[in-house]
Design a protein around this ligand. Structure first.
Ligand SMILES: Cc1ncc(COP(=O)(O)O)c(C=O)c1O
Length: 416
């Protein structure tokens, strides 16, 4: 389908000898005058960039409208930023100090191999450095992986309403998305595998724990999924939230298994979403293949230094984990105090069932926004009966606790 948002200039990029058409066509410009004032008599047709057919077919959309964009549109800032699953507990002070120290070296490109960080990850996970690639968050790594594996028409399987940035990359390379529904607010490993076999998928995506519902499967279930990956498919196991999940959620890391790639990030538990550091772990030939497409100098020195220090500060991580667990309990209680049900969560957010339709949850979200509280909601039914609220320190949750009853009352009024 042609994209109505894109204006395609006339498909011509050649030299014309007819200067009269200059005024009829805004894309035409005359050549520079020759010395002595003579005119070359030629006119160049300026066409603008010639996008690929694929790019022309895509909507100019973003997976998420960022909170800053919303603040500009609203003309005022949010008081509580609880919508992007960031860590309001921030990065380790040691990571901040390491980033401050590294800032003066910004004149140098970062280490294209992210050697020190990969070395530290190698030691932490007892795998080889050749099993680890570092990139610009899981988002960036997903983009590289899709570029490596998906061409126009290739089949990809994910859950309907799962993390949308993955879908955005798939569409960007012309892949064809096949989806299966969530089951009881969980991603459904069996259905994903069955669909992958049916459509001969090259990639299967699952997040465990998942976004936007915050639910999870245990390691045995995930290992069974890995074992069932059909021939010729690769499972992307997105573990962005794994640090918040109970022991026994992550299956054993087996980097000799070519059927799965694991992705993790410094954006969530390590509180460094703005630094854009993620890593993928998998079989050596797959990880080495990233070198064909990755942005080799894409990591800043500051981010590399911060991630390294964050990885080494295990006591900060433990502290954040326990604060997140306490904040989940508090959000669950705030929901209950308002007659709502919070879904169990193994992430740094809590998904709250607003007890009505998608329209009602959207009204609650809007009313929270009107009260300067930024939250988001799942896009797809039946998950869209919920709103999704990040954990954070008490000061932020106090604002949510204060505004939720008012937002609910206003939303009920609109719904009447
Ligand atoms: C499931 C999931 N994967 C990946 C990401 C993005 O991670 P990163 O910041 O490392 O790109 C998010 C962010 O919300 C997420 O929810």
């Amino acid at each position: 389908m042609p994209n109505p948002n894109v204006t395609i200039p006339p498909a011509a990029d050649h030299i014309r000898a007819d200067s009269r058409s200059q005024h009829a066509n805004p894309h035409v410009a005359s050549c520079h005058p020759l010395p002595g004032g003579a005119n070359c008599g030629l006119v160049r047709i300026m066409t603008g960039p010639r996008f690929t057919k694929l790019a022309n077919s895509l909507p100019a959309s973003v997976p998420f409208v960022g909170p800053e964009t919303q603040e500009r549109e609203r003309g005022r800032p949010f008081r509580a930023r609880l919508g992007a699953n960031e860590s309001l507990f921030g990065p380790s002070p040691k990571a901040i100090a390491a980033m401050q120290d590294a800032v003066a070296d910004t004149w140098m490109y970062g280490d294209a191999q992210s050697y020190d960080l990969r070395k530290a990850l190698e030691q932490k996970f007892h795998i080889g450095m050749d099993n680890i690639v570092v990139g610009g968050g899981i988002d960036g790594l997903l983009g590289s992986l899709v570029r490596l594996i998906i061409g126009p028409g290739d089949a990809v399987v994910t859950s309907e309403g799962a993390y949308p940035t993955f879908n955005y990359h798939v569409s960007g390379y012309g892949g064809v998305l096949h989806t299966v529904p969530f089951r009881d607010d969980h991603e459904d490993p069996d259905a994903l595998i069955a669909k992958a076999a049916e459509v001969d998928a090259k990639l299967i995506y699952i997040a465990n724990p998942d976004n936007p519902m915050g639910t999870w499967h245990d390691a045995a279930r995930m290992q069974a999924m890995i074992d069932a990956v059909p021939d010729g498919a690769l499972l992307i196991l997105d573990e962005a939230y794994i640090e918040f999940a109970p022991e026994g959620t992550a299956p054993a890391l087996n980097v000799d298994d070519p059927r799965v790639i694991r992705m993790r990030t410094f954006s969530k538990a390590h509180g460094m979403a703005g630094a854009r550091v993620g890593y993928a772990m998998g079989a050596e030939p797959l990880i080495t293949a990233f070198n064909k497409v990755r942005d080799h100098f894409g990591m800043s020195r500051t981010s590399q230094a911060g991630a390294l220090a964050a990885l080494q500060d295990e006591s900060w991580l433990a502290d954040v984990q326990s604060k997140v667990a306490a904040a989940r309990d508090r959000l669950t209680k705030i929901a209950a105090d308002n007659g709502l049900t919070a879904l169990p969560s193994a992430t740094n957010f809590v998904t709250i069932d607003c007890g009505g339709s998608g329209d009602f949850a959207r009204a609650v979200l809007t009313e929270l926004g009107n009260r300067d509280v930024f939250v988001r909601m799942p896009f797809v039914a039946p998950g869209n009966r919920c709103i999704r609220v990040s954990t954070g320190p008490d000061a932020a949750l106090d604002i949510f606790a204060e505004e939720l009853p008012k937002a609910l009352a206003a939303a009920r009024e609109t719904a009447m």
